[in-house]
Design a protein around this ligand. Structure first.
Ligand code: ATR
Length: 286
C-alpha cells in the first residue's frame, strides 16, 4: 500500500478499538478494488468524540465507522441523519461530503443480508424473538419491521426498556405485531407460540457465558438462531442451538455485510464480492 498526499482516508473511532476486525477487512477490500485509500483505527474516548468528529472535516477524512461506545452519542454531532438511522437513534457510519457530515446505520442492512446469506432466511411474514433492548436491538427492530416480519417479541433483562421499545415501534409499524417478555427462565412458558428465528442482540456470550436457561426451547423445529456476538466462537447460545439441530450463524457475517454497505457509501462502489468475508475467514458459500 502506497500512501501519498492524494490517498483517501477512512477509519473507525472506538474505545477500545485495537480489537476491531474492520481495518483488516476494509483494507483488504480497498486493495482488491485498487483504490488509493487507507482505513485507519483511531482510539477515541467518549470525552474526545466531539473533537474527533470535528476533525473529520478539518482533516478531510472521507468517512468513519463508529463502534463502542460512540454509536448513539455521534447522532448529535453530524449535520444530517439518514431516515433509518434517525429511527434507530444510533449510527455506525459517517460520510463526509465536502464538510457536510451525514450519519448512517448499516447494521440494519447488514443483519438482513447476513440472515439471508448465512441462514437463507427471508424474514417477511416470520415470527422473530429478539433478546435485548439496547442500540443493537433497535437496529434489528428497524430492519425486521421494514422487511415486514409478522411478529416480533422482545425479551430483555430490564423490562421497562423492552416495554418502551414496543410502545415506540408499534406506533410506527402497524403491520407488525409486538410482544414483550422478561429475559429469564419464565420466557419459555410465556412465549407459547414457537418462533421461526431468535436473534441475540445482547452482549451475553462475549465472555463465554450463557443465559442460564435454555433460550432455544422457544424455537420451532427447523428454526434458526442468529447471535450478533462472534467471539468466542461458537457462543454457548449457538452450541445449545446446534445440539437441538437448529440452523445457526454468528455475527461475523453481519460484520462483513455492514462493512460492505459502509464501503459503498464512502467510495460509491461495492467492494469486490467475498473479499471482506474472506478477510474474516468466512466461507464463500452464501
Ligand atoms: P448495544 O448498543 O450494544 O445494544 P446497550 O445499549 O448497552 O448496548 O445494550 C446492551 C443489551 O445487553 C441490553 O439489552 C442489556 O440488558 P439491560 O437492558 O437489562 O441492561 C443486555 N445485557 C447486557 N448484559 C446482560 C446480561 N448479563 N444478562 C442479560 N442481558 C444483558
Amino acid at each position: 500500500m502506497q500512501v501519498s498526499g492524494k490517498t483517501v482516508v477512512v477509519g473507525i473511532f472506538g474505545d477500545p478499538v485495537a480489537h476491531s476486525l474492520s481495518p483488516r477487512m476494509q483494507n483488504a477490500a480497498i486493495q482488491a478494488s485498487g483504490l488509493d485509500a487507507v482505513y485507519v483505527p483511531f482510539h477515541v474516548t467518549a470525552a474526545q468524540l466531539c473533537d474527533a468528529v470535528k476533525s473529520i472535516r478539518a482533516m478531510s477524512i472521507r468517512g468513519v465507522n463508529l463502534t463502542i461506545p460512540h454509536k448513539e452519542a455521534s447522532c448529535d454531532l453530524v449535520d444530517e441523519l439518514d431516515a433509518s438511522a434517525q429511527m434507530i437513534g444510533a449510527i455506525n457510519t459517517i460520510v463526509n461530503d465536502n464538510g457536510r457530515l451525514k450519519g448512517y446505520n448499516t447494521d440494519s442492512l447488514g443483519l438482513l443480508k447476513a440472515l439471508k446469506q448465512e441462514l437463507g432466511c427471508d424474514v417477511a411474514g416470520k415470527r422473530v424473538l429478539l433478546l435485548g433492548a439496547g442500540g443493537a436491538c433497535r437496529a434489528a427492530l428497524v430492519a425486521l419491521c421494514q422487511a415486514k416480519v409478522a411478529w416480533v417479541g422482545i425479551a430483555n433483562r430490564t423490562r421497562n426498556r423492552s416495554q418502551q421499545l414496543i410502545e415506540e415501534f408499534s406506533a410506527k409499524f402497524s403491520g407488525t405485531a409486538f410482544a414483550e417478555y422478561e429475559l429469564g427462565s419464565s420466557l419459555l412458558s410465556s412465549c407459547y407460540e414457537p418462533v421461526d428465528l431468535l436473534v441475540n442482540t445482547t452482549s451475553v456470550g462475549l465472555k463465554g457465558e450463557d443465559f442460564g436457561f435454555l433460550v432455544v426451547d422457544c424455537l420451532k423445529p427447523g428454526g434458526a438462531v442468529f447471535d450478533m456476538v462472534y467471539t468466542p466462537e461458537p457462543t454457548m447460545l449457538l452450541n445449545q442451538a446446534r445440539k437441538r439441530g437448529l440452523a445457526t450463524a454468528d455475527g461475523l457475517g453481519m460484520l462483513a455485510a455492514q462493512g460492505e454497505a459502509a464501503f459503498a457509501l464512502w467510495f460509491g462502489q461495492s467492494p469486490e464480492p467475498l473479499v471482506m468475508r474472506r478477510a474474516l475467514n468466512l466461507s464463500d458459500e452464501i
